[in-house]
Design a binder for this molecule. Sequence first.
Ligand code: HEM
Length: 464
Amino acid sequence: MQPVRTVDDLTGPRPLPVVGNLVQMRTDRDGHRAYDRWAHEYGPTYRLRFGKMPIVVSGDGPIVEAVLRDRPDGFTRTRVGPVLEGLGVDGVFGAEGARWRRLRKMAAESLNAAYLREYFTVIARSAARLQARWTTAAENGQAVDVLDDVRRFTLDVSTALTVGHDLNSLEAAGGGLHSRLAELFPEIGRRLYAPLPLHRFVTLPRDRRRRLAMREVDALVRDRYAHARTRMATGAKPATFLEALVAPLRDEPAFTHDELVGNVLTMMLAGQDTISSTIAWTLHHLAGDPGAQERVRAEASTALGASGPPDGPAALRGLRFTDAAIQESLRLRPVVPVMGFRPTRDTVLHGTGYDLSLPEGQSILLLLSHGARAVPDPDEFRPERWSGRMTAQPFFPFGAGPRFCPGHNLAMLEATLVVGLACRDFQLLPDSGDVGEKLAFTAFPTGLRLRPQPRPEPAGAARP
Ligand code: HEM
């Protein structure tokens, strides 16, 4: 028998009057690191206060896993559903119960392995455009804004995969839909942590940009809807997420226009900031570790061929070290470091050395990747860790259980391809400047610029 801890038994950082720990929780410069520091100081399960309300935070592997697996019946997501709905992003991520089951089935089907093979052509086309953009920068000796460029890549890919439209923001100059959509994730974070719903009373320029982006997506869905309906009426297999949504479902009512937009937007967004931040952080770490970058370059030169993207996803199987570099980056800079849940009934969770008793409705924030800090030199970037026992670590950058990220394979495919091609074709050097992390629902790098240089010639090789 282990001792049982209740919410009142837990300790944590001292709350301020009225706001509690809210100010400390809005970690604008330090990203998610504050949560890890508190876990170090108060133990893997501790307590914060949101105003007066207690919030349990846990990075204890068995507790994190138990909550993630006990869904949809035992735990629901906290607050995020209504926030997403208010922003018009009302899709599978925020749904619960029967509605979630219906949407999940479609999301999982449209992202299964068979589709990934078909999607590869679209992904490779955008990867080639990203390479061309960085070739120009390398030739002109310019630094690149990695996150902005990779966001263009992921938005182009996710727009093509969700509605079948080639946005091509990679070859467009200046800000576009990708920069306006970038306002959405931070706004979700702001609304989740806001003590008062100020957005209902004040409209800021960023709100206007975000609304403009929503109208653009709405128009895109309207435009592609008729096309999707016509194709699905022929009995064709869905080739985009929108087609999967409009394809007739046995005994189920059709989706309304708002539901279509909400779901398309959910998939577009889920596949955009998450992958772009992961790629950007991985390239940042590789730029700071020339030895690791060289190992990626060597295997990418063999696996991906001499120039351009490979013909199919099978080539990526040769990128074992590249995959390890991405895992290691996710360990150091998880893009979804913290997620909130609520038990639907009184629950006791089995932790490491104690049981945690939670009353129904008690908010619990999970630190999804905290468990993987229990390694030697946890702040060091060491991809080689992943060749051994690391897979046994309680590490959940994509969640776990029935609501595990359905885009995991697509994400790893895009990230491995882009990181492999970037290291094969360029030598990446860090640019001067202060790189930070911002946590706003997802976590993303700030100030991340790199200098791509023409690639170093392999010894004795002639350039094609
Ligand atoms: C590096 C990239 C990505 C990361 C780190 C990531 C991470 C996550 C995490 C942590 C969750 C919550 C899982 C849970 O509750 O157990 C999630 C859910 C989800 N992700 Fe991803 N994701 C990524 C890319 C993608 C992509 C590419 C797509 C689709 C195009 C996608 C679609 C979704 C959807 C639809 C959900 C909600 C699933 C549900 O509630 O049933 N994600 N993701």
